[in-house]
Design a protein. Structure first.
Ligand SMILES: NC(=O)c1ccc[n+]([C@@H]2O[C@H](COP(=O)([O-])OP(=O)(O)OC[C@H]3O[C@@H](n4cnc5c(N)ncnc54)[C@H](OP(=O)(O)O)[C@@H]3O)[C@@H](O)[C@H]2O)c1
Length: 321
């Protein structure tokens, strides 16, 4: 199959391209070239911010196009300018309008689509993904994959790698954790998601699918993180109010404790009902395998981790308790 991956040089897109090459497909990746393209693909330099940026990929009948775009204009121009037998859009659980309940199905309400072609800020991410979904679904046979948090080697955000890394490198006998240990968690391994997305393209599957791992809780993630790190450090549960006083953020970003959200309206955010995807062949591996993998990747990380607590911040919190 002649497969075009729009993107294909970063975390998930790269894994999709590598998987498709390994399955014997002829794979083209289209991106600006900020990162080295994966081995075995034909790389075409394109800038989708330009009105005619996809011209080098047009005039060709693609067997399938897989797109990881966030900007509605990128997808609108792709479906306008390219010809494909099947489209797959990587969307996000952020498309949903409400996260107060757990394991929503694909029928739950989504946000209003972004009208503009480009996001004005990160707050537009959910509406932008809904607009991307609308564009691709209007284009012809299409699969829309609403992904949950993606974990594993290459997770530059540090959200899935922080806890195994922190347990592998405690600053003392204790590791700072939020006391909301029942917080519902889920993540999908990048390899599982990539393999399933390629199979959707191969089989030209149509529909909207939630894709994430089995729902668990923060306690279980921390236990698994400590196990894969071979750590004897003990979690030190800090009341959420105390974390707020100490200026510790949640979910991601600097000075944060990841995989937990200090907001009842977002309690179901990480979880999704994945029965439809599983009936269509999605298989997810045990959490420990993903955490072990991402730990190995974190150990070799060269850039600073953009989330979690630094050693200095960890010591400051422990001293303040
Ligand atoms: N990470 C998560 O936990 C998570 C959760 C839910 C959903 N998702 C979704 O999963 C996908 C992640 O994909 P990813 O990791 O491969 O993507 P990514 O980090 O969003 O990378 C974007 C890709 O698109 C290319 N690109 C960006 N701007 C471009 C432009 N103007 N013209 C041409 N190419 C451009 C980039 O290459 P160049 O920079 O070289 O152009 C890169 O290959 C996204 O759709 C994201 O919304 C992620």
């Amino acid at each position: 199959m002649e497969l075009l991956v729009l993107g294909g040089t970063a975390f998930l897109g790269r894994e999709i391209a590598l998987t498709a090459v390994a399955r014997g497909h002829r794979v083209t990746c289209g991106a600006r070239g900020s990162a080295e393209p994966p081995p075995g693909v034909d790389f075409v330099r394109v800038d989708r911010d330009d009105e005619d940026g996809l011209a080098p990929l047009a005039g060709h009948g693609w067997g399938g196009v897989i797109d990881v775009a966030r900007q509605p204009g990128h997808v609108r121009r792709a479906v306008r300018d390219l010809t494909a037998a099947h489209w797959t859009l990587v969307s996000s659980g952020n498309a949903y309008a409400d996260f107060s309940s757990l394991e929503q199905t694909e029928d739950a309400a989504t946000l209003a689509p972004l009208v503009a072609d480009a996001m004005a800020s990160d707050d537009d991410y959910g509406p932008a993904k809904v607009a991307c979904e609308e564009a691709v679904r209007a284009a012809g046979p299409a699969a829309v994959v609403r992904s949950g948090l993606i974990g594993g080697a290459g997770d530059w955000s540090g959200r899935t790698g922080y806890w195994p890394w922190r347990f592998a490198h405690p600053v003392g006998p204790e590791v700072v954790v939020p006391d909301d240990l029942d917080f519902p968690c889920a993540m999908i391994d990048v390899r599982d998601l990539a393999a399933w997305i390629v199979s959707l393209a191969e089989r030209q599957v149509e529909g909207v699918f939630n894709a994430t791992g089995t729902t668990t809780d923060l306690r279980s993630v921390l236990d698994a993180a400590a196990r894969v790190a071979g750590s004897s450090a003990r979690p030190r549960s800090v009341p959420v109010e105390r974390l707020r006083e100490l200026g510790i953020d949640h979910w991601m970003g600097p000075q944060s404790l990841p995989l937990w959200i200090d907001d009842a309206d977002w309690r179901g955010f990480a979880t999704m009902d994945t029965r439809r995807a599983r009936a269509e062949g999605l298989v997810t591996r045990p959490l420990e395998e993903t955490l072990a993998d991402v730990l190995a990747w974190e150990e070799a990380r060269t850039e600073p981790r953009p989330c979690g607590l630094t050693d200095e911040e960890e010591r400051r919190v422990l001293t303040a308790l």
